[in-house]
Write a protein that binds this ligand. Sequence first.
Ligand code: AMP
Ligand code: ZN
Length: 114
Amino acid sequence: MSDCLFCSIVAGDIPGDIVFENESVLAFRDIDPKAPTHILVIPKKHIRSINELESDDQSLAGEMLIAAKSIAKLEGIDDSGFRTVFNTNDDGGQTVFHIHMHILGGRQMTWPPG
Ligand code: AMP
Ligand code: ZN
């Protein structure tokens, strides 16, 4: 999608600090980190949010989670722990409308989230 920030990172038109990539998924560091480790995992395919996931996207959605496992290990936060978050639409706090999973780690998370 031409006017999508994260599609532009996938295309290489905007730089991203990429930490993981495979055929279907890309992960890069958040430009405004909210924790010592803050990484975004996205599908290379443009999907606006969880609301637009189709049943055909089942394996892609699973690949995002499997990527999170690999990234947590690469970043050394698998044992200490981490949080994964999908924000959706206004109440969820979504600001970039290309589905992404936040991986946050390197500090104690609090609950409930703000
Ligand atoms: P959300 O608010 O859940 O939609 O998350 C969007 C995230 O994208 C925010 O945490 C932003 O800091 C992050 N972000 C925005 N622009 C960029 C960029 N060019 N590179 C990396 N992360 C970005
Ligand atoms: Zn996109």
